[in-house]
Design a protein around this ligand. Structure first.
Ligand code: ZN
Length: 247
């Protein structure tokens, strides 16, 4: 294979790597954002469970306060019962005591219901807290991994860019200019394989003479249909055999 062909093939490969690395580097902040969003959703869930438990506790305290007031009232009513003059007054006070006692029983029943609910709510809070802690640990690990990968990608990108500069300096300037034009025109795909008598990019069947020239690999040939730079590959199975290997 002519050195020029090897160089453009290597250049295409290096540009593919640069693109893939740049895409990954760009995607990593989004990945971290997603991790953060999921964590915040779990944080909000925990806050919601905690708020429900707090509301339950407030309601219980309110009912306990009510019971205390009712008990004070009963005690006053009982004091008054000693001082009344008539049966009617006595029974009226007795009736009021019974009413207060009934109210106390109702409040106590409500407290029991609330206590049962509180047990479930406490379990929910405990579970939400455990899940959040677990996720926080995972999130930290994943964020760390993403950062490390981004760092490795950046280092690799610098290496690949240097390699690209070396290839470009060795390449005929006109051929490089052609490569760049093709790369822009075809969104990054400037160099294609000639395989089974076709250009793999535009699928045109090559003229036999052209294909013979391509097989000889003596100089860089451009596809007669799409214009991409071509290199010969014997067959689908033998792809790697004819591709110049990078050091
Ligand atoms: Zn073509």
């Amino acid at each position: 294979m002519a050195p020029e062909i090897e160089l453009v093939v290597r250049l295409q490969r290096v540009d593919d790597q640069i693109r893939a690395l740049a895409e990954e580097i760009e995607s990593l902040p989004r990945e971290i954002e997603e991790i953060e969003r999921s964590l915040q959703a779990h944080q909000r869930q925990l806050e919601k469970e905690q708020a429900e438990l707090a509301a339950n506790e407030r309601q219980r305290r309110r009912l306990e306060g009510e019971i205390q007031l009712l008990e004070q009232k009963i005690s006053k009513l009982k004091d008054q019962m000693f001082e009344v003059k008539t049966n009617e007054q006595y029974w009226a006070l007795q009736h009021e005591v019974e009413y207060c006692q009934k109210k106390i029983r109702e409040a106590e029943d409500q407290i029991l219901v609330l206590m049962e609910q509180a047990e479930t709510l406490e379990q929910n809070v405990r579970r939400a807290r455990q899940e959040l802690e677990q996720e926080r640990r995972q999130a930290e690990r994943r964020k760390q991994e993403a950062k490390e990968r981004a760092e490795q990608d950046r280092i690799r990108l610098e290496q690949v860019k240097k390699e690209r500069a070396q290839i470009v300096s060795a390449l005929d300037p006109q051929l490089y200019a052609l490569y760049e034009r093709l790369r822009k025109r075809y969104h990054g795909w400037a160099v294609a394989r000639g395989i089974d008598g076709r250009c793999e990019a535009c699928h045109i069947i090559m003229r036999p003479q052209f294909y013979q020239d391509l097989r000889k690999a003596e100089r860089v040939l451009a596809c007669e249909s799409c214009g991409r730079l071509l290199y010969y590959v014997p067959s689908e199975e033998g792809v790697d055999a004819s591709v110049p290997q990078q050091a």
